[in-house]
Design a binder for this molecule. Structure first.
Ligand code: HEM
Length: 120
């Protein structure tokens, strides 16, 4: 929301680190996911939702000292803007993740029903 492509909210730093929520129509047909294209399939996306807070070492790389680089795609001054209040992000480190493996399989199966055959 605060750049680099959009500049009208650049001074509203409370929005830095927030991204427009994309439509899930035809989501299963995409090859890259999230604003930075970091994931390449829906299981990776669901693991991010489930594990970002509960097991961040499974999501983020480590720096040379071995420290997990949590939220490494956002400058540190904006880390306070990151949503940790809404499920599934309300879980804490070490908590049971919000979704079971079965839940994830079911949600991915649902997302595949959102494909409608549209060709660009
Ligand atoms: C089980 C629940 C959820 C599912 C299945 C889901 C699914 C997805 C998927 C597949 C994407 C990637 C779409 C793409 O890149 O084309 C996405 C992105 C996104 N979702 Fe969710 N989502 C869920 C929960 C949430 C929640 C709780 C929030 C907000 C609190 C949220 C906000 C967003 C936003 C802002 C993006 C764009 C992120 C970015 O571009 O980096 N989603 N979601």
């Amino acid at each position: 929301m605060c750049g680099p492509f959009r500049d009208d909210l650049a001074k509203q730093t409370q929005y830095c680190g927030m991204f427009l929520t994309p439509t899930l129509r035809n989501v299963a047909e995409r090859k890259v996911f999230f604003h930075n294209g970091v994931y390449h399939d829906l299981k990776q996306v669901m693991d991010f939702y489930n594990l970002r807070n509960t097991a961040p070492a499974k999501i983020y790389p480590r720096d040379p000292s071995g420290k997990v680089q949590k939220y490494n795609d956002l400058p540190p001054q904006y880390h306070a803007n990151i949503d940790s209040a809404d499920a599934p992000f309300d879980r804490k480190f070490g908590d049971q993740p919000a979704m079971t493996d079965q839940d994830i399989q079911d949600i991915i199966a649902f997302m595949k029903t959102l494909s409608d055959g549209y060709k660009e």
